[in-house]
Design a protein. Structure first.
Length: 132
């Protein structure tokens, strides 16, 4: 058993399954942070969703909800004036860092596509290239 699996055996099976299911959503949110360069935009100090929206080409109320979710994961903090600031976990997602690159690659569309390919291969088996 892997260390990760061993670490969570204290939780009920239903909780473990919920954590596995939520983890994909969380990786997509980290991918979004990298894609929108939110860490770069917050590098000079806290900003509101309304200030970030024009910089990222996003809808401010939706961005606010996403930022609050990311704050709950420890990437950002939110102050009483609804300004978001980087925490160390979010700061590693600045452009040019290994974590930024990983978030773009591992959390992106390719992950979803590969899941669809795995589903298909599970149903029909791997493609038989070069046989005819």
């Amino acid at each position: 058993m892997s260390d990760i699996a061993a670490a969570r055996t204290d939780a009920p099976p239903e909780v473990q399954i919920a954590e596995i299911l939520v983890s994909q959503s969380m990786s997509r949110l980290v991918h979004l942070v990298a894609t929108l360069k939110l860490a770069d935009h917050l590098a000079d100090g806290p900003r509101t969703a309304e200030q970030l929206a024009p910089l990222t080409g996003t809808h401010a109320p939706t961005l606010h909800r996403i930022l609050r979710t990311l704050a709950s994961l420890g990437l950002f903090t939110e102050d009483a004036d609804h300004r978001f600031a980087l925490r160390p976990l979010g700061a590693v997602l600045k452009s040019g860092t290994p974590s930024h690159a990983a978030a773009l690659i591992l959390g992106g569309e390719r992950s979803c596509i590969s899941a669809a390919v795995r589903r298909s291969m599970t149903r029909i088996g791997p493609p038989h290239l070069g046989q005819g």
